[in-house]
Design a protein around this ligand. Structure first.
Ligand SMILES: C[S@@+](CC[C@H](N)C(=O)[O-])C[C@H]1O[C@@H](n2cnc3c(N)ncnc32)[C@H](O)[C@@H]1O
Length: 286
């Protein structure tokens, strides 16, 4: 983090996204963007992005949605892709077409000094569940919005509703110790699973007209590449990647074999569709 201050309570997440988390997402960027494409389409549709708008992409990661938003707003619109992860931003910068009005900044969304009222839309694909004190982060983000500006993001619902992440994790647990038990409000992929909590956070941050719409789909964890691709994919994302971090090759091979067996019944042609459940969240600034 070179340029601006960070919230020290986000230090663990900042280290993770600059370390193993960032590495996995950079490695999987192409495949992950294919797997998550239907979710991007749904949240971008809810955001109702207009040409010329000014958008913040919160936790923009390797840049897929910032680039898509840049195409939609065009010049004189503007997209600010903000993220704490240097390696993920480096990947985003590599693939960013130079003609797009997209700026990438390494910064903590909790503390970044946005120009007040400078944006029409706050947007995120899975980049808002990692704040230590989310009401503070969202209050800071809301200051970036003009009056009647909008918020649209997507976040995961509960683990039990997301077999695409939990089925491989359960298979991995045959060989590795379970991850430390996270509280429901601890930062992590499922920290926004509880709709009431999300409403509370956004209300405390000053948002109004808060809406959560369930979005259910089957995600092809193989992205059309068959069982081997599915196994390789799920080893590098979400809680499974965290659970196997640092394990020796012998254990990793055993985990991969168990995951393969667990995924086999779901193989359909070259795809492995597994159920996924998210919230499409929208809100407005007064
Ligand atoms: C699950 S990844 C999603 C990345 C990207 N939005 C996508 O869908 O491909 C979560 C992202 O949030 C970023 N992030 C976590 N905490 C953040 C913070 N406090 N401020 C800005 N970005 C943050 C991470 O670095 C990471 O890129």
């Amino acid at each position: 983090m070179s340029t601006v201050s960070v919230d020290e309570r986000n230090a663990d997440q900042i280290a993770y996204w600059n370390g193993p988390g960032g590495r996995h997402w950079v490695n999987r960027q192409q495949t992950q963007d294919v797997v998550l494409a239907p979710i991007s389409a749904a949240v971008i549709a809810r955001a109702a992005v207009q040409p010329g708008e000014r958008v913040v992409d919160i936790g923009c990661g390797c840049g897929a949605t910032a680039i898509e938003l840049g195409r939609l707003v065009g010049a004189p619109g503007r997209v600010l892709g903000l993220d704490v992860s240097a390696p993920m931003l480096a990947r985003a910068a590599e693939r960013l077409p130079p003609e797009l009005p997209v700026e990438l900044i390494q910064a903590d969304a909790t503390t970044y000094p946005f120009a007040p009222g400078g944006f029409d839309l706050l947007f995120s694909r899975f980049g808002v569940m990692f704040f230590a004190e989310p009401a503070r982060s969202f209050a800071n983000l809301r200051r970036a919005l003009r009056p009647s500006g909008r918020l649209a993001f997507v976040c995961w619902r509960a683990p039990r509703e997301n077999p695409w992440l939990m089925l491989p994790l359960r298979a991995a647990y045959e060989h590795v110790p379970p991850l430390p038990q996270l509280g429901p409000e601890d930062p992590g992929p499922f920290s926004f699973a509880d709709a009431e909590r999300v409403r509370r956070i956004l209300d405390a941050a000053g948002f109004r007209s808060i809406g959560l719409e369930p979005f259910d789909l089957a995600l092809d964890v193989a992205s059309g590449g068959g069982l081997d691709a599915a196994v390789a994919g799920v080893l590098e994302i979400g809680p499974t990647s965290r659970a196997i971090e640092g394990q020796p090759p012998k254990i990793l091979a055993a985990v991969a074999a168990s995951i393969r067996q667990a995924l086999m019944p779901y193989l359909r042609g070259a795809t492995v569709p597994l159920a996924a459940a998210a919230w499409l969240v929208t809100a407005a600034s007064p």
